[in-house]
Each structure stands twice: as C-alpha cells, then as structure tokens.
Design a protein around this ligand. Structure first.
Ligand code: APR
Length: 248
C-alpha cells in the first residue's frame, strides 16, 4: 500500500523508476550477484572492466556475444513486471522516466519508449576511437570495423564497465530532482551511482519505494518496501498506484 502519500492528480505525477537485473530474472536472464560473485560463471573483473578487456578481449567479446544471442532467442520475453511498467508509461506519458541498469531490451519489447540505459546495451557496439555507437544484432569481435573513422577502428560492446562513467547522468539527476515518486525494482543497491538515487530522491522530497526479492543494501532509505518476485509485486504496486488516483 502507498503509505502517507498525498493525493496528487495522476497526470501531474512525476515518477522515476530504476530497474536492475532482478526485473529480468523471471524472463530467464541471470542476475549478477546470485552466484558467488560470478556472472554466468565469469568473474566481474574479467568480463566487466576495461582491464579485463585489455587482458583478454576475445573472452569479453565471446561473453557478450553469448549474452546477446541469449537475449535474442525466442525464449526470452518480457514478463509481467516489464508489462506493468509499460502500462505506467502509457498513463503518465512524459512524466514517467525509466532508468535501467540492465543491458537487455525487455523494457522496449514490453512497450516502454523512453528508456535510459545507464549501463549501455547488448544491442549496441561502440567505436574504440570515437565512441560512436551503432546497433548490433549479431556477434562482435576485433574484425568488426566502425564506419565512423578513417582509418576504421575496432568496435567494443557498448556496455558501461566498472570504472567507466554511466550514461545519461545529467538527465537522470534532473528527473530525480523533480520526482514525486521514485521506485527501485530488482536491484541489489550495491553499484553507484545508481545505488545513490534513493538519497537524491529523498532529498527532493519524493516518496521512495523499493520492490525487490529481498532488502537491498540501501533498504532503510526507502519509505515503502515490498519484497517478493517482481512478476507479482510490480504489477500489484502499479495497479494500486493507478487505482489510488483520480483520473479526471
Ligand atoms: N524479482 C525481484 N527481485 C529479484 C528477483 C525477482 N524475481 N530475482 C532476483 N532479484 C533481486 C535480488 O534479490 C538482488 O537484490 O534482484 C537483485 C539483483 O541484484 P544484482 O545481481 O546485483 O543486479 P543489479 O543490482 O542490477 O546490478 C547492478 O552491477 O554488475 C553490475 O553493471 C552491472 O547493472 C549491473 C549492476
């Protein structure tokens, strides 16, 4: 239930949602920290750092190629939690901002239009020299060349690795400073800057909500929390939120 929440009119309500790997777990994509610090049997240092890429780029290309193939397989589909967020965006329009740490495309597949991929995307490749990004749906390795430079340069996965700057930060901070509600879904709250969004939202006077399988690292900063599988608690929360408001 929404606790101590003032009766805003729905159309004026500004909502920022942050999602993490937990929202896609029931779509068959593994989370990062559920397996002794290993992500699909690889250490995060090996596959999610610039040093790891320098040490063994072939491993890193192969790793993200596998993730991309898995994502594009017909078995991986948006679940009820993704669909609930698409419904929320349809109602709130431009007052809804979806920030995701996920590199999958399940939010777009479920119908969300305005998605900020702060940690990049599996379906994007980045030029190692210019930083220019382009869409990619097949395997990537050193032989893929950019079409932005002369001479052409290699491409890397467009994933924000540890030690690199997340994308869209000024835009995200601006949205958080105006938010009425901030909802964090399926994230362990261990990776900054995303883990700090709840305190920014609290400073802006937003109502802060955590929806996760278990309490995250920053759970005590949230005003309201619900624990359980995302497919159950996200749609329930969205329905409660939408029912509680005057649609006039
Ligand atoms: N429903 C809801 N929450 C779930 C579910 C589920 N079905 N399954 C798992 N969770 C929760 C876990 O309890 C955990 O708190 O999702 C969270 C996933 O946490 P992480 O694996 O740490 O993923 P995330 O928070 O997205 O990681 C942040 O770390 O490795 C980097 O860049 C990578 O974007 C990633 C970032």
């Amino acid at each position: 239930m929404l606790a101590n929440f003032p009766p805003y009119k729905l159309k004026q309500l500004k909502v920022v949602v942050l999602t993490g790997a937990g929202i896609s777990a029931e779509s068959g994509l593994k989370t990062f920290r559920d397996n002794n610090g290993l992500w699909e049997e690889h250490s995060i240092e090996d596959v999610a750092t610039p040093d790891g890429f320098e040490r063994n780029s072939e491993l890193v290309y192969r790793f993200y190629n596998q993730r991309r193939r898995q994502l594009l397989s017909p078995d991986v589909k948006p679940n009820k939690a993704h669909l609930a967020l698409a419904k929320l965006e349809r109602v709130l329009g431009n007052n809804f901002t979806l920030v995701t740490q996920n590199v999958d495309n399940l939010h777009q597949k479920s119908g969300n239009k305005n998605v900020l991929h702060m940690h990049g995307s599996l379906l994007s490749a980045r030029c190692l020299r210019s930083g220019h990004c382009s869409a990619i749906y097949s395997d990537l390795d050193h032989s893929n060349q950019c079409d932005c430079c002369q001479p052409t340069n290699s491409l890397r996965p467009d994933i924000v690795w540890f030690g690199e700057m997340p994308k869209f930060m000024p835009q995200i901070e601006e949205c958080l400073s105006q938010a009425d509600i901030f909802i964090s879904i399926g994230t362990s709250g261990t990776v900054y800057p995303a883990a700090g969004f709840v305190s920014l939202a609290n400073q802006s006077g937003a109502h802060t909500v955590e929806l996760n399988m278990e309490p995250s690292s920053g759970y005590n900063e949230f005003a309201e929390k619900h624990y359980g599988p995302a497919t159950e608690i996200v749609s329930k929360f969205v329905d409660t939120l939408l029912k509680g408001f005057n649609f006039d």
